[in-house]
Design a protein around this ligand. Structure first.
Ligand code: SF4
Ligand code: SF4
Length: 540
């Protein structure tokens, strides 16, 4: 019940913050990674264990491994050393984390989360820490510290909201990434991160869907798009010589409401006659390596450029996803590039040169579609979305890691007549995370997800009460998978959809039959419905 989780204790806890003892409870932790997944990925210390066990079966020299790993990374990543050194503990970030707001656990304040690592850094890598110990904020590295790291570094969605408010630009998400990377070295990882990573490594996508399953899913979607529009659809798979390689998160072809977004893409590509292909090898844009380590991120990302090279395409287009875009936008070019064999992307319809993708050679579907709309290349009937009163959730990575703020909104305004923004301090760069990113979107962790998602849900509730909002749109596969549960708990009556689902509804395709229902099979609204929506009425 929502009444239960909203009761949070705001009194400061007793005891010293340096005490690493953590109470592991079901509902607030993710299960450990299955040994088979560690083995598949070549990671150390595969064994059966769970966070609730007292003995975590760490390797005998675990302490040396962690300290050596930390030393190596302090040398390799200048940002890591900088973030260890420059925090002045001003507290500007303290109340900016959704996990702190939803749980009131002080160690979920970003500054305190980072301090769990800094205290070890001080003890083993600074002179003052070595000499003055606790007086200099240093702590001994013990097994309890490892357990505390595991608890709190898997209670951070690496969303980077805190970094927006830090006067020094400290990115606590990067500290969390380092924490997880170090934990990996001694075999402390979660299954919800490593199983998708292992599947991706073996087969190319998170669920381990084989190429024939991939083809079946896309054929099914093509048939459904044909049924809706009366037109013939084909989805080209691994076609050599296409102009564009389209890469999407695998959730788009196996989950709902993602699947409706896929229908929207297919309809758009057919309508504009895009010369494209998808790939059964690069069948996943998402990259759970990002939630594990830099090496894993690189390994899982490599297939995209490799497949672009093999197929001989000119450039790459990417679908609606969150963390996929952090990897593509910030890391891909340096990790697996330069992609000199590709062209700077140019829209074949409008001639727009996507100069922002000059180095990655990869364009976001929202940039591409917004450009088409801007140039008047699509016939749209937004009345077909009159049954929705929409708001927009800026998914963390496209918003903060890419600055993709206006394009989704410009599409939304063109395809939907009822759109209301959530409060200013909860959108755009300041957007609140869904609470389930970075590999936390699993049911065993549900209580913490609902707590972490509370600030986002609260903002949705505000626009629901004020404007009758009944649809939360977003452009992230994890959001689409986890927000429905969050909203069902905190704001029942609000559904979740991708931007390209609404585009597919509104798109008037050349030669289409008279369409009577939206992509979910719901009848299009009548004039009477439209009048109620226009007046801000609630259709939920
Ligand atoms: S806002 Fe930045 S400097 Fe201030 S406490 Fe947080 S991380 Fe440290
Ligand atoms: S990155 Fe996000 S989840 Fe992690 S500490 Fe900062 S605000 Fe919290």
């Amino acid at each position: 019940m929502a009444e239960t989780l909203v009761q949070i204790e705001l009194k400061p806890p007793h005891g010293d913050w340096r005490d690493p003892h953590v109470e592991f409870r079901k509902g607030s932790i993710c299960y450990s990674a299955a040994p088979k997944n560690l083995t598949a990925l070549g990671l150390p210390n595969p064994r059966a264990w769970q966070p609730l066990d007292s003995d975590w079966k760490l390797p005998p020299d675990w302490k040396r491994i962690i300290l050596d790993g930390m030393k190596e990374r302090l040398h390799k990543y200048r940002s890591f050393r900088l973030f260890m050194d420059i925090c002045v503990r001003c507290g500007a970030c303290a109340d900016k984390c959704h996990f702190y707001l939803g749980s009131s656990d002080p160690k979920n304040m970003p500054v305190a989360r980072a301090e769990l690592m800094r205290s070890i850094y001080r003890r083993y890598f600074t002179l003052t820490g070595r000499i003055f110990g606790a007086l200099a904020g240093a702590r001994e590295l013990t097994e309890d510290v490892i357990k505390e790291w595991f608890y709190y570094f898997y209670q951070c969605t690496e969303c980077r909201r805190c970094s927006v408010f830090c006067p020094y630009g400290i990115d606590t998400a990067e500290i969390t990434m380092m924490g997880r990377e170090l934990l990996n070295l001694i075999g402390c990882n979660t299954n919800w991160v490593l199983e998708p990573a292992a599947n991706c490594f073996r087969v190319g996508n998170h669920l381990g869907i084989q190429p024939h399953g991939f083809k079946d899913s896309l054929d099914f979607a093509a048939d459904e798009a044909a049924e809706i529009t009366g037109l013939k659809f084909e989805v080209p798979i691994s076609r050599k010589g296409a102009e564009v390689l389209f890469v999407m998160p695998s959730a788009d072809y196996f989950g709902t409401p993602h699947y409706y977004t896929l229908l929207g893409y297919l309809m758009l590509f057919r309508e504009i006659g895009l010369d494209y292909t998808v790939s059964a090898y690069a069948s996943e844009g998402g990259n759970f390596g990002l939630f594990s380590s830099h090496d894993m991120t690189k390994r899982l990302n490599a297939k995209i450029y490799e497949e672009a090279r093999r197929l001989g395409v000119k450039w790459i287009l990417g679908g609606e996803c969150g963390h996929m875009w952090r990897v593509l936008h910030q890391y891909m070019d340096t990790m697996n590039g330069p992609a000199d064999f590709l062209d700077v992307p140019v829209s074949p319809i409008t001639g727009t040169v996507f100069a922002n993708a000059r180095s990655t050679k990869m364009v976001h579907i929202c940039e591409f579609t917004a450009d088409l709309i801007h140039h008047g290349k699509l016939r749209l009937d937004p009345r077909r979305n009159d049954h929705w009163i929409a708001t927009y959730h800026d998914s963390c990575n496209p918003a903060r890691a890419m600055g993709l703020l206006e394009e989704p909104r410009s599409i939304l305004r063109a395809v939907c007549r009822n759109f209301h923004e959530m409060p200013e301090n909860t959108i755009r760069e300041q957007t609140f995370c869904c609470g389930s990113g970075a590999g936390l979107g699993t049911d065993e962790n549900l209580e913490m997800r609902l707590r972490g998602g509370f600030p986002r849900a609260n903002a949705v509730k505000y626009v629901k009460q004020k404007h009758g909002v009944n649809l939360l749109t977003c452009i992230c596969a994890i959001d689409k998978a986890t927000l429905p549960t969050l909203l069902e708990y905190w704001v029942p009556g609000v559904e979740v959809a991708g931007i390209h689902e609404l585009l597919g509804n509104a798109l008037v395709m050349t030669g289409e039959k008279e369409r009577v229902a939206d992509l979910r099979g719901e009848p299009f609204p009548t004039e009477a419905d439209a009048a109620i929506s226009a007046s801000g009425g609630n259709h939920a």
